[in-house]
Design a protein around this ligand. Structure first.
Ligand code: BG6
Length: 519
């Protein structure tokens, strides 16, 4: 995200405007950008879906979601509402597209004086991606100007498209989607959104690694023992059971978010913060990840499914009891994977990725476990608590921050060593407000900054990594599907996976050592 956003005027067309993402995330994010004055005064927003609704109905439907913003005020709202429009249309049908949508897009482009700059947002079921993209092309909504817009954005109109995950269901369908997109849009006009890359701490990770000289010399196999990346959620599948049955944790979280976070954490130093340099390094990292044989999948991955249990004061029914899932479903709601990188920097350093629904705590966290000091000269001073090797914990959410564990000497004559934590909290230190990932990313797309979006090669590389495991699970339905009670930290099988590098770093183990860690 540029320091001072300089967004062009544009019309944002959201396909799937009656869906959940639009009301929960997209419109509130756009409201927030409008409140902060980040969007051009010449910005129009057009929601499109099949549901019959007037502009006024749409505006009324969106308001309560924007009101959840703690800084909501009526004046900003009425300014924002003046930019909101709605068009019922079947965007998958070319004649409906031509008759209902194209004239409305033309009319709003003129009304808001957007110089034909249009940002399309695909927030629809993946099965609708193909026809909508094809129709955008067939209706000639992508003008020739797109080839020049990245060079001379001020004058020549641009058209861009944001594509929501899932980017395909497997490698083959992802390649197909990329081909369909490529027939209509240039690669640089395609913004594959991964909202994890819009999270404040994931962006901070780039700065942490590359604006400080002290980490880079340590960031390799000589000093790092292993890495853990966890994305735990307390919610179950809620009302998304039908979608989730065909997805599962490996597709839903590991193929997309966690491998991307890993790429940011482990990539080589880019030569600048420009999108093309970041993309190249992230792609190189993903392509260096070892591709395993399908038959070896049990040594590299564990799947689990939650049974009924309590998460905090909420009781969650077991996954199979959900009305939208099969009684004998083998869909994993938990997945853990060991990932090895075949390059000089990371040879022999395992990265353990895990994610689960209905877990004890909402937590996204990266743990970089350093090696022990090569020779322990203080072992006789250690008392009961042996000094632990250094550990860096990066909290992505909640409580965005970083802490470093080290060993210190207890003051006085005791001669005792103890483990201590140095802690850094982003908001406490810098103040300001942390912004919704979608707001960051939408603004970046309007500004033409692709640094935090994935390109087609990264998506395909990530599919290649998980495919052997997905195939093994699909071809061996009887392969172990470990269960775990809702409200726990996942199945025991995952503990075996991380041996001998484990255990998994769960918050409880840390809390007693410092108020600063994992409130
Ligand atoms: C989405 C997944 O991409 O990310 C959801 O489809 C998941 O299943 C969500 O709940 C998690 O996002 P966050 O930002 O809450 O960690």
């Amino acid at each position: 995200m540029p320091t001072t956003p300089q967004p062009d005027p544009c019309l944002i067309v959201i396909y799937g405007a009656s869906g959940d993402l639009t009301k929960r995330k997209l419109i509130p994010a756009l409201y927030d950008l409008c409140r902060l004055g980040y969007l051009s005064a010449k910005t129009g927003i057009l929601g499109v879906s099949r549901t019959a609704m007037s502009d006024a109905d749409f505006i009324e439907r969106m308001k309560p979601w924007c009101q959840e913003n703690p800084h909501f005020d009526e004046q900003t709202w009425s300014r924002f509402a003046g930019r909101l429009h709605y068009q019922p249309a079947d965007a998958t049908d070319l004649s409906s597209f031509r008759e209902q949508l194209v004239p409305r897009i033309d009319q709003l482009s003129q009304q808001h004086d957007v110089n034909d700059n249009v940002l399309y947002y695909l927030s629809v079921a993946p099965s609708l991606y193909d026809p909508i993209i094809n129709n955008i092309g067939a209706a000639q909504l992508v003008t020739e100007g797109k080839r020049w817009c990245s060079i001379n954005r001020d004058r020549l109109p641009w058209q861009r498209i944001i594509v929501e995950k899932p980017f395909g269901h497997d490698l083959k369908s992802a390649e197909h989607l990329n081909r369909v997109l490529g027939r209509v849009f240039d690669e640089e006009s395609v913004y594959n959104i991964d909202h994890y890359l819009g999270k404040e701490t994931v962006q901070n990770l780039l700065v942490f690694r590359f604006a400080n000289a002290i980490w880079e010399p340590l960031w390799n196999r000589t000093y790092i023992d292993h890495v853990q990346i966890t994305a735990a959620e307390t919610v179950g599948v809620e009302d998304r059971g039908a979608f989730y049955e065909n997805a599962g944790a490996m597709r839903d979280m590991i193929q997309s978010h966690l491998l991307q976070v890993m790429a940011v954490l482990a990539m080589d130093t880019p030569s600048s913060s420009a999108a093309q340099h970041l993309r190249v390094e992230q792609r190189k990292l993903l392509e260096a990840i070892r591709l395993i044989d399908e038959a070896d999948a049990p040594d590299y991955a564990v799947r689990g499914q939650y049974t009924a249990g309590d998460v905090g004061d909420k009781t969650i029914v077991g996954y199979r009891e959900d009305p939208n899932t099969a009684d004998d479903s083998t869909t994993e709601t938990y997945a853990a994977m060991k990932v090895l990188v075949d390059n000089w920097r990371w040879q022999g350093v395992p990265f353990y990725l895990r994610t689960g629904k209905a877990m004890r705590r909402k937590l996204t966290q990266i743990v970089v476990q350093f090696r022990a000091a090569p020779h322990a000269i203080y072992s006789e001073m250690c008392g009961e608590e042996a000094p632990k090797p250094n550990r860096l914990v990066i909290n992505v959410q909640p409580d965005e921050g970083i802490n470093l564990k080290f060993t210190g000497k207890v003051p006085g004559q005791t001669g005792t060593l103890r483990n201590a934590v140095m802690d850094f909290d982003y908001l406490e230190q810098f103040g300001g407000e942390s912004q919704e990932a979608y707001a960051h990313l939408l603004l970046d797309a309007v500004c033409g900054d692709r640094s935090l979006f994935k390109d087609r090669f990264e998506i395909e590389a990530a599919w290649r990594i998980v495919t052997p495991v997905l195939n093994y699970w699909a071809n061996n339905p009887d392969a172990e599907l470990a269960t775990y009670a809702a409200g726990s930290w996942g199945p025991e099988a995952a503990d075996r996976l991380i041996e001998p590098f484990g255990p998994w770093r769960n918050p409880e183990g840390e809390v007693s050592r410092s108020r600063l860690v994992h409130k």
